[in-house]
Design a binder for this molecule. Structure first.
Ligand SMILES: [Zn+2]
Length: 80
């Protein structure tokens, strides 16, 4: 069975999705979804690309959002 391939929203590198962290947008917040359980549109990134994604506005672009998305909970998850 083929492993699904996803692109990191920050560096655009394509990876097996096991190497990327899934995140979803919930009410203006970007939340980590390590177990792939949360519904909704997901985006994928390397943990090491989090800062890059934040600086480049990759989250807003990935979720096609004009509002500024909070990444605080995601930051805590990634740093721990
Ligand atoms: Zn990346």
């Amino acid at each position: 069975m083929a492993v699904p391939i996803r692109s990191c929203i920050a560096c655009r590198k394509r990876e097996d999705w096991t190497d990327l962290l899934r995140v979803v947008k919930v009410a203006g917040e970007v939340l980590p979804d390590p177990l792939h359980l949360l519904p909704g549109r997901g985006a994928w990134l390397h943990r090491k690309c989090f800062e890059t994604a934040k600086q480049r506005g990759s989250f807003s672009r990935a979720f096609r959002s004009d509002e500024r998305l909070s990444t605080e909970k995601l930051a805590v998850f990634i740093i721990e």
